[in-house]
Design a protein around this ligand. Structure first.
Ligand code: FAD
Length: 465
């Protein structure tokens, strides 16, 4: 028999580790303290829900998802020994920390005579399979994206027959509660987990929103993106299943509708690009991908960081984004770009502080994508925004939230304030601001001054002044 160790693949369908080996699997999920240490309450709440849905799916098939807690390097081999499992399978996780843990499990399995079986599952094309003609990993998305798009994709995997629960002879183990794991109830509203939920989201997105994705995806008030990120992060839906459905939509569409579906599909390629970048450069989690001649002299002012985290910078689109993050554990992509640019290039705060805050609060936090997004915004990443391209937070707000609908949804102090006033908040006099929205903060910095300071900071780092 085979024990399948679920990690970021909390589903039965389209799961390579479950489907591609001949032996019938029984599943286990291990609550690992080293992983939970870096997780926020809302992400753990989603995880618990996803584990519950997976257990229900196993039980529907007369099988079982075992649940354990502790260091996988002892829990998994011990369980394999108790079950008399000949094989232990898992799907690869491409981050550095996970790879180290997996190596320890691999070594420990030798002591119990269980053979490890490892599968590539989380991405359509595993790291190392899309390279430059010289065989190197790509550091620029465009060429990677083209190859990814044109490369033949595998079909989704069937649901395998699982091992019967009756024969196991071990306790299933209870799914812990949030407080068992040391977390308070999350401040954010956490989305529901499970494959059924993910499929419903995908189908409803493909019914309609995907065809206006290209023109509307940058407008947060439009809410036309798929919201699949958390499901792709935890693997409650398989990437081959998503991509197959998207390819079907692409084949049956034409003209602008087809371009819109293609634009969505290229986001799936970005996800894989950043997975490959992290795999080949595990240090990017803490260090700049692109190094400058001198260290970047971030100011790292604690009060400004705290105002940014609270969503009280006096820059409406930034504050709306930061408050959406706190309320929902989610932020729209365009707004993630704006708040990340604001933190690094207006507040002159090191991207690592922003990354840590996102890691604490985002339900969809994914090391590769979060790091890729932050380093892009900070002009330290693979395919970054050039250092001299600095978002103006007011014009970004005006352009992407012209009616201030998104801003007013999350910043109640600005409710009823005319959009023109909202978008020129920094140009008003303190008296005008106090009259328009007495509760809303004054801008914490002056964008045009900070822009100049940011340029000098980067020029010094480049050794130009
Ligand atoms: P859709 O627009 O529907 O996109 C579909 C899927 O494509 C997403 O679910 C995601 O898996 C992938 N995707 C979309 N945009 C990107 C991108 N720019 N980079 C990589 N993959 C992408 N995404 C995460 O999944 N986790 C993160 O922790 C994360 N942190 C980010 C931090 C910053 C500073 C920035 C600028 C972006 C970050 N992103 C992250 C990328 C992006 O913002 C989210 O994937 C997207 O907003 C999720 O919403 P959606 O599922 O509706 O996206």
């Amino acid at each position: 028999m085979r024990l399948h160790w679920h990690r970021r693949d909390l589903r039965l369908a389209d799961n390579r580790g479950l489907a591609d080996a001949p032996e019938r699997p029984v599943g286990v999920f291990v609550f690992d303290e080293a992983v939970l240490e870096h997780a926020g309450a809302s992400r753990v709440a989603f995880l618990l829900d996803a584990v519950g849905a997976l257990r229900a799916a196993y039980r529907e098939r007369g099988s079982e998802l075992l649940v354990r807690a502790g260091d996988p390097a002892s829990v998994v081999p011990n369980l394999a020994a108790d079950l008399g499992a000949e094989f232990v399978s898992w799907n690869r996780d491409y981050s550095g920390l996970a790879s180290e843990r997996d190596e320890r499990v691999d070594d420990a399995l030798e002591n119990v005579d269980a053979t490890p079986q490892k599968f590539h599952d989380a991405v359509c094309h595993e790291p190392g399979s899309i390279t430059t003609n010289a065989g190197d990993p790509y550091s620029v998305f465009t060429y990677f994206g083209r190859k990814w798009r044109d490369r033949e994709k595998d079909d989704p995997r069937r649901i395998p027959e699982t091992a019967p629960a009756a024969d196991l002879g071990v306790a299933p183990g209870a799914i812990p509660t949030l407080s068992d794991l040391g977390f308070d109830a999350p401040a954010a509203e956490v989305p529901a987990a499970g494959t059924d939920v993910a499929r419903t989201l995908l189908e409803s997105f493909l019914d309609d929103d995907v065809y206006r994705y290209e023109e509307s995806r940058d407008y947060p008030a439009e809410e036309c993106t798929s919201r699949l990120s958390v499901h792709l992060k935890f693997g409650t839906i398989g990437i081959r299943e998503v991509d197959k459905r998207v390819r079907d939509a692409l084949e049956s569409a034409s003209g602008e509708r087809r371009e819109s579906v293609a634009e969505f599909r290229s986001q799936l390629a970005w996800r894989e690009f950043y997975t490959h970048v992290l795999y080949f450069n595990p240090d990017v989690v803490t260090t700049n991908y692109t190094s400058y001649e001198n260290p970047i002299e971030w100011e790292n002012d604690d009060d400004l960081l705290a105002a940014w985290k609270r969503g009280e910078t006096g820059y409406p689109i930034v504050d709306a984004g930061m408050r959406q993050l706190r309320a929902e554990g989610f932020m729209h992509n365009r707004v993630r770009m704006i708040v990340a640019s604001f933190l690094t290039k207006d507040l002159l705060i090191d991207w690592r502080h922003g990354y840590e805050h996102f890691r604490d609060l985002l339900v969809d936090h994914d090391t590769a994508n979060d790091n890729g997004g932050w380093q892009w915004a900070a002009s330290t990443g693979t395919d970054s925004q050039p250092y001299f391209r600095i978002f103006n937070p007011m014009t970004q707000g005006e352009r992407y939230d012209p009616d201030a609908a998104y801003i007013r949804e999350y910043v109640p102090e600005l409710e009823g304030v005319d959009p023109d006033v909202v978008h020129s908040w920094h140009e008003l006099t303190p008296t005008e601001r106090a009259n328009a929205a007495p509760e809303y903060p004054e801008p914490v910095v002056e964008h045009s001054e900070r822009r100049e300071q940011a340029l000098s900071m980067f020029e010094r780092a480049r050794g130009e002044s």
